[in-house]
Design a protein around this ligand. Structure first.
Ligand code: F6R
Length: 264
């Protein structure tokens, strides 16, 4: 996996947005796989800035979000629908008809729904660039430890660790979702390019296990070691437990020599 070590969250966000914006410029009808979560907020902020200041055009871009909580309406302030609108979609010229986010309100026929979501991805020609965050337990999307590496979009029961991490977003009196619809690890591996982002010391163990640890269902993100075009962008704290940091810095330095102006 290509590992880009960035000094802090701002530099990480700029680098990710730089890669995404270049991809959009070279393929204006690109199919983007999108994640939510606090890690991605800075990337969306930067993409919105590039749209406003440099005219980055999203009018033909097609998006597929990774996941949504089950039992939550799109209007719920902590739905991923709401997150995407608030942090990204409301501020760029994306065609609402090109946006796909799993529907957290379905109450039956889950398998058919998930198969249809997967068929929509395939029908669009597959995802060109998939953005991911990583959970403290190594999850990607809501593929919790023990998820099949071949899984496609499916209904997933969340682990206690994930439910506890999400507790901060919900009012004390609210029921915290225990399940989600998520693209599978197989869906993620099928995308042409993957960017996984991590910030902060709480992610350091998950990052090291995913990038340098054994490939295991216990760390879902370790499946990305099988992806031919996966890039991890991590800040100093999230990368603090990586063993090969010096080597990653050498690679970054050499890459800069071959393609000057890349570092941010
Ligand atoms: C969200 C998602 C999750 C998050 C992960 C990290 O769509 O798929 O896998 O990327 O839980 O979340 P943050 O960035 O909030 O730490």
């Amino acid at each position: 996996m290509l590992v880009l070590l960035k000094q802090n969250y701002e530099a990480l966000s700029r680098e990710a947005a730089h890669i995404i914006s270049n991809a959009v410029r070279s393929n204006p009808a690109i199919k983007l796989g999108l994640a939510t979560g606090s890690t991605t907020i800075g990337v969306y902020r930067e993409l919105v800035r590039l749209h406003r200041e440099e005219g980055l055009d999203f009018s033909r871009v097609v998006t597929f979000n990774l996941d949504e909580y089950l039992g939550i309406s799109p209007e719920h302030p902590h739905s991923f629908h709401h997150f995407m609108l608030e942090h990204f979609f409301a501020h760029v010229n994306i065609d609402p008809g090109n946006i796909h986010i799993p529907d957290g309100t379905i109450a039956s026929d889950y398998e058919q729904y998930c198969a249809a979501y997967e068929a929509d991805i395939e029908g669009a020609g597959g995802i060109d660039l998939q953005i991911l965050g990583i959970g403290r337990n190594g999850h990607i999307g809501f593929n919790e430890p023990s998820s099949s590496f071949a899984s496609k979009t499916h209904l997933k029961v969340l682990t206690k660790a994930t439910v506890d991490d999400n507790r901060k977003f919900f009012a004390a009196c609210e029921t915290i979702p225990r399940c989600a619809i998520t693209m599978g690890i197989g869906s993620i591996l099928a995308s042409k390019r993957v960017l996984i982002l991590a910030t902060g010391g709480a992610k350091a163990a998950a990052v090291a296990n995913a990038i340098e640890g054994p490939v295991t269902a216990y760390v879902p993100a370790s499946a990305l070691q099988f992806h031919a075009n996966a890039t991890a962008i991590v800040d100093e704290e999230a990368g603090s437990r990586l063993k090969l940091k010096d080597y990653y810095r050498d690679v970054m330095e050499m890459t800069e020599l071959f393609t000057p102006g890349r570092s941010s």
